[in-house]
Design a protein around this ligand. Sequence first.
Ligand code: PEP
Ligand code: MG
Length: 528
Amino acid sequence: MTQLRFNGVVGSRGLLAGPLAVLRDTAAQARDAGTPEQEAAVLKAAIESSVESLSLLIAESEGAAAEILAFQVAMLEDGELSAEAFAAIAGGTAADAAWRAALAAQIEVFASADDDYFRARSTDLTDLRDRVLRALCGSEEGDVGLPPGAVALADDLTPSRFLAQEWAGRGIALRAGSASSHVAMLARAYSVPMVLNLRDVPEAEGTLALLDAEEGAVTLDPAAGEQAAFAARCSALEASKIRQAAFLTAPAATAGGAPVGIFLNVTLPEDLEGLDPAICDGIGLVRTEFLFHGHEGLPDEQTQVNAYEKILRWAQGRPVIVRTLDAGGDKPIPGLTREEENPFLGLRGLRLCLARPEVFKVQLRALLRAAPAGTLRIMLPMVALPEELEEARALLIEAATEVGFVGDLPPLGIMVEIPAAALTLDRFAIDFASIGSNDLVQFTLAAARGGNGLERLQRADYPAVLRLIAESVERAARRGIEIGLCGDAGGDPALIPALLATGLRRFSMAPSAVGAAKEAIARSADHG
Ligand code: PEP
Ligand code: MG
């Protein structure tokens, strides 16, 4: 075979050279069907045992993995998914065929959705389909024993399949898949390099594969020169990881010694497990909408209080910016957000909260009750107009009365992610602001975020975006309020010099980005 290169999309960063190992589907096995009553009982038992095995897995997991599995349990326990299968069984269909057909319709609905988030959820349903089918056929899913250093090839992977497998020192190449799928999130959480969307990679079992999950490509049977260049990149990546580790707990400062605040973006309290608070100056963004996923209904007030208190306590007095619910856009929440033709420009973020004050007030009350556990700041997402801020403030004051809050209210700030807010920031009566570069870029360049082939337009270092950021920084300075940036650009070493040049001195990022960001800041000149 001669060298073949396939381009895809990065799911989880890293580099790996190793033998290609094809991961095959383990779900299907023949079984003998009984009477409709027997088949219904068998399916019921299979669903119950699947819930049980998922619950056991949850007990052993933490963070993103536990949350994803809890989402699956909620889907299985929701009778809607199985009702169609039981109806087919009553009409004489075998349990496995009925379950397969019922799930096929649902999988198809998700797989053909316009929205990348919904498309990615079809893998969760495939996972549930296969788990119940395995329970019906009495077959087990286990570690198939991939060779050391293997690059596993599959069409797509389900979260269960990922969790059943030992990945240390191995990587993943998928022909399909999405970077916002749960399995990609798991790969990032476990630092397993992953490239997606590789389309036609052949099942060349055992062939040497170079998995380039930095650029998003796989090369099969590479020439000697290619192998040597790849090995050099692997060594350089390892060396940079070691170098960056040295920056982790030191305060960030530019080459000229100007201090820069480094904050963390988190989704759930579990993201902080095992992290040393000394690596940061606080939490710059808690994306609370993730608390609202994977539950039956919305999380109640006490569940929210517990989550916010946990994060505040972890920070040991450092400031914690909790963003109120930013549902909608690429983060729909069943039962709360509405289906819209153009969800990014629709009823999302603060707009949705103001339209659903009964949901928003639960969150505000929970935040105020959790406030004594640390240094809380409250941030509102997707704000365009000062009036929206004032409506939210009025609800916060009402919530404070309802919970008997005494003392000063926590500082209130807004995300700057709509150009209108950037251009008029000095008109908002706020205590702080944080630039959401992910949304600011999409609204400035009129290019929706996400894998849609518009990547060329999705850069935060275009002059139009940098001007809006500089404008926001200047207007915040005029009012004497703190401003930072919490979009993905803040954790990108390649963008940090341009962002520092706008006058920004506070960045919030994923915990895994801190070492590289501090290193990039230390190499940057002072500006402004
Ligand atoms: C942003 O838009 O940059 C941001 C931080 O918010 P999110 O990515 O959650 O929309
Ligand atoms: Mg945003």
